[in-house]
Structures are given as C-alpha cells and as structure tokens.
Design a protein around this ligand. Structure first.
Ligand SMILES: [Zn+2]
Length: 215
C-alpha cells in the first residue's frame, strides 16, 4: 500500500528537511559517478533512490530503505547498475554493516533484494522489526541461508530498542505510518550513531508530536 500523492509530498518535505538539518554532507551516486570517501569523523549521506540512502563514516556503512525493486510510476527507483551492485554487495556496497528497513512497502523493501545482499555478504545484518522479519521468513526462498543475519526488534512507543550487533549503534524507534488503510502497517524510524552524530530516518512516518516526543 502506498500513501496518496499529497501524503507523499508532505512526508517528503519533512523528510528532506530533517536531512538538511541533520546530515553533514550528502551526495547522489549514479552509475557514472564514483562515490566520495569519508574520514573517521566525517559523515557522508549518499542518496540512492526514493527513500533509500547510505550513511557512511570511516569504515562503517549503513543502508536504509535501499534494497527495493519496485518501479512504481512517479516514484524514484535505482538504475540497473546500482540495483545490481546493491544486491550483489559490490563496491561501493561491499562493506555494509547493516541494512535497515523501516517498513515492508514495496518502494522501501524487497525480500529478494535483501536476501541477495545478505547471501553475498555474510558480514551484513538486517536490522528491522517483526513485520519485515516475518516477510523474510515467509517469502525468502533462501531464508535458511540468511536467518542468522536478521535482527528483529520490538520497540515500544516509550522506549527505543538498541542494536549494536552490526558494529554501529542503532536506535529502533516505533513510529506510525498513519491510520485508515495504513493502520496495520507498522513503521519504524532509526537513529544511526556515526561520526559522533545522530542521523534520523523516519521512513513513511506520520508527522505528529506524539510520534517523536519520547525520542
Ligand atoms: Zn509506506
């Protein structure tokens, strides 16, 4: 299920605003352009497509909502070369500590794309929550090969769940995708601690004070 165009527009504006506030530097990677390298303290945000980004600092790299395959009209998607590198865990995606998935919508997550990356890099962990983990278990034809790499969290409205198993401190926070037709869709946010900074990704969260007041 997807948000209406107005909802998507509002979420995009807020999301981009958060990036502008929190992100130290950003770049957009294409098939033709090499990525920037980062120092130990510098944090680099690489925009990939839709809400997919890579956050890097030193030798730490985290993908958020980047492993998807959908090509829904009106939504940005990866070009073929980037898609192949993402799924085959090839440079610049060959040293990913953690894949974060905010929710299971097709413009954020593909069971097969995540499975392929995990198979191609056994050092990468999937850090997410139960609805995404369930879909991995139910729909991944190679689930047995990757299940040890999955970290499923159950944060509460009041308290984040902390994951440091990938070598990166990640706070998983419970947000809301909204009511109505999205009432059953759970949406997590992530606070990524890298380079002495905290980078927030909220997925398709509803924008309300109640969602964020405890974080
Ligand atoms: Zn969504």
């Amino acid at each position: 299920m997807l948000a209406t165009s107005n909802q998507r527009w509002l979420m995009s504006v807020v999301w981009v605003s958060l990036i502008q506030i929190l992100f130290v530097s950003a770049t957009h990677v294409t098939a033709e352009e090499p990525m920037q390298s980062s120092t130990d303290t510098e944090v680099i945000i690489t925009y990939l497509a839709n809400e997919g980004i890579m956050v890097s600092s030193g030798d730490k790299h985290v993908l958020v909502d980047a492993l998807f395959r959908s090509r829904i009209p009106g939504y940005d998607h990866h070009d073929k070369d980037i898609q192949t590198k993402l799924e085959s865990a090839k440079e610049p995606f060959d040293k990913i500590n953690a894949i974060l998935v905010t929710h299971y919508h097709a413009d954020h997550f593909s069971v097969d794309a995540v499975t392929q990356h995990l198979i191609n890099n056994h050092n990468t962990l999937l850090v997410t929550f139960e609805q995404v983990a369930e879909r991995m278990q139910e729909n991944s034809s190679d689930y047995e090969k990757v299940k040890a790499q999955i970290r499923s969290h159950v944060p509460t409205t009041d308290a984040a769940s902390i994951d440091e198993s990938s070598g990166v401190r990640i706070e998983v926070i419970k947000l809301s995708h909204g009511g109505g037709r999205f009432a059953e869709t759970r949406n997590m946010g992530f606070i990524i601690h890298l380079g002495g900074k905290r980078i927030l990704h909220i997925g398709d969260s509803q924008i309300s004070k109640a969602c964020f007041v405890n974080h």
